[in-house]
Design a protein around this ligand. Structure first.
Ligand SMILES: [Zn+2]
Ligand SMILES: [Zn+2]
Length: 247
């Protein structure tokens, strides 16, 4: 699905819709099991899988997340379709070689699997930012599939770090130990800190697949309070609409 870009603090933000559909396979659960305590109006969760391409005034580019990857990706057992990230990048006029930096919010298979395709880095000229806690707690399978093939392109950071002037990552743990979000002006790209709109209505509603649900809720509450105080906006990975004002 095609989504419209926005300009935030002089940076163009292009939502890239990698896939749309329900979860399948072993991870499928009814919504009330995925988000216990939430008020559920829909029978089924139709997820979008969004990556984002940021382009600053100097033309430098940052890709936030890399989607579900190709047909043989680790996400293929449950994602609704192979990732369309490559076609989406083409649509917004960016080649893989032109991507200057990749931020992987966390190493789940629907966020990291497009970084390495067929054992080869998909964005050969980009540095790839990961939090130390994410790398330190990654499984051998994930290290083999994503982190090791990236080699010296990986830049491990510990806490807040600048990606480009005006574009920062912040450690936002709980969904995974080393989950990070991206901050541009009043926009926060939330990765999986916020999964579903029921967590905007009540940020304490947990998610079944949060590694540490209490930590995840504390991070979500703090992040949404900050964005609300700034009259800001979030860009989510899995909502149907990429941009959501926090009021
Ligand atoms: Zn979408
Ligand atoms: Zn995740």
């Amino acid at each position: 699905m095609r989504h419209e870009p926005r300009i935030v603090a002089g940076v163009e933000v292009f939502p890239l819709c990698d896939a749309v559909g329900p979860m399948g396979g072993d991870v499928w659960r009814p919504l009330p099991e995925l988000f216990p305590g939430g008020v559920h109006e829909d029978a089924e969760w139709i997820l979008h899988f969004h990556c984002y391409l940021l382009r600053d005034a100097a033309g430098r580019t940052v890709l936030v997340d890399t989607g579900v990857g190709p047909e043989d990706s680790p996400a293929a057992s449950w994602a609704p379709a192979p990732g369309a990230l490559g076609a989406e990048l083409t649509r917004v006029g960016v080649t893989p070689e032109e991507v200057d930096a990749v931020v992987i919010t966390h190493l789940h298979s629907d966020h990291a699997s497009g970084a390495v395709v067929g054992g080869v880095p998909a964005f050969p000229n980009a540095r790839h930012l990961l939090q130390r806690a994410e790398v330190d707690t990654a499984s051998e399978a994930v290290l083999d599939h994503v982190v090791r093939p990236l080699g010296e392109r990986v830049r491990v950071v510990d806490g807040p770090a600048e990606v480009l002037p005006g574009i920062r990552v912040l450690h936002a743990p709980g969904h995974t130990p080393g989950h990070q979000v991206v901050q541009v002006g009043e926009l926060t790209l939330t990765g999986d800190v916020v999964l579903h709109p029921v967590q905007l209505a009540d940020p304490k509603v947990p998610y079944l697949y949060d590694a540490d649900p209490e930590q995840a809720a504390a991070t979500r509450v703090e992040l949404l309070e900050r964005v609300r105080a700034e009259n800001g906006l979030i860009a989510t990975a899995h909502f149907a609409e990429p941009f959501t004002p926090v009021r």
